[in-house]
Ligand binder design. Sequence first.
Ligand SMILES: Cc1cc2nc3c(=O)[nH]c(=O)nc-3n(C[C@H](O)[C@H](O)[C@H](O)COP(=O)(O)OP(=O)(O)OC[C@H]3O[C@@H](n4cnc5c(N)ncnc54)[C@H](O)[C@@H]3O)c2cc1C
Length: 283
Amino acid sequence: MYPTEFEYYRPKTLDEALELMKTVEEPKVIAGGQSLMPMLKLRFYEPACLIDLGAIPELKQVKLDEGGNLRIGAMVTHFEVIENGLIRENAPILASTAENIGDIQIRNRGTIGGSICEADPSADYPPTMFVLEASIVLLSKEGRRTVRIEDFIKGPYETDAREDEIAVEIIVPKSTDQYHVEKYARRKADFAVVSVAAIARTASDGSIEELRIAAGALTDGPERLKSLESALKGKKKDSVDLQTSISETVDALTPISDIHGGEEYRKYSLKMMLARVIKELIE
Ligand SMILES: Cc1cc2nc3c(=O)[nH]c(=O)nc-3n(C[C@H](O)[C@H](O)[C@H](O)COP(=O)(O)OP(=O)(O)OC[C@H]3O[C@@H](n4cnc5c(N)ncnc54)[C@H](O)[C@@H]3O)c2cc1C
């Protein structure tokens, strides 16, 4: 099917884009188009106007601010996330996450901002963003606001962004702790059936000083596994009953069932994955 007719704008500055978002009828932002184009063809969306962000240079920058946070422009592609030296140095878990996304074509066109704004429950970035405690900067003619990722993703394909707002950058606190991302998908370039992102730091006495874990593709959105984190934090690795802690956390979740895997299958896969990931991190 072809998309319905729409007007197409390609602003060269953010100001121009924000003005269009405010003035044109039914605006819809297009970034890499990797999720949006299929949606337009299936006529899930029938916007009157498409605003293409591809010609705005400031959305493609990666910077380190004075507080040591990474500021990643919304139009930075997955490929650039993998290759960028600042990202690899200050949040290597993000580069590893991007390596898991789709295939080379998707990674060349798809953007970090587009993926987060799409809020696909099976996408790879959201669990990683949860453990990094990242934030999204949203801009409109009314002003600028910064929203924590956990508040930004409201549910499947639903975010806190208003219709006139553009996500301009993602703020990622520096994180050079040990990390691990794991994704189980049916085929190489597929979306996850279950995924896990985790970071950890152990103290010199062998106790777990910091641990953040999130799972993806399981429920309506990413899940930060805080009960598991607090069950393990502060413990020495030899005194941890990993299996019991993992089972208690996972059994309290209600995963979705779909053609890729039932509820029990997802729980089982998550338990296996968590045991592997945490063991690797704390050892
Ligand atoms: C075959 C295939 C396989 C894929 N596999 C994976 C995978 O394994 N893992 C994974 O995580 N993803 C996967 N994806 C999705 C891919 O990562 C997309 O790049 C991503 O979901 C959307 O990014 P985009 O830049 O293409 O955004 P677009 O498709 O252009 O936009 C997506 C949505 O976000 C909105 N939007 C985009 N940018 C902004 C912004 N700056 N401000 C406000 N709203 C905005 C758009 O209006 C639209 O609603 C796959 C996609 C395809 C087609």
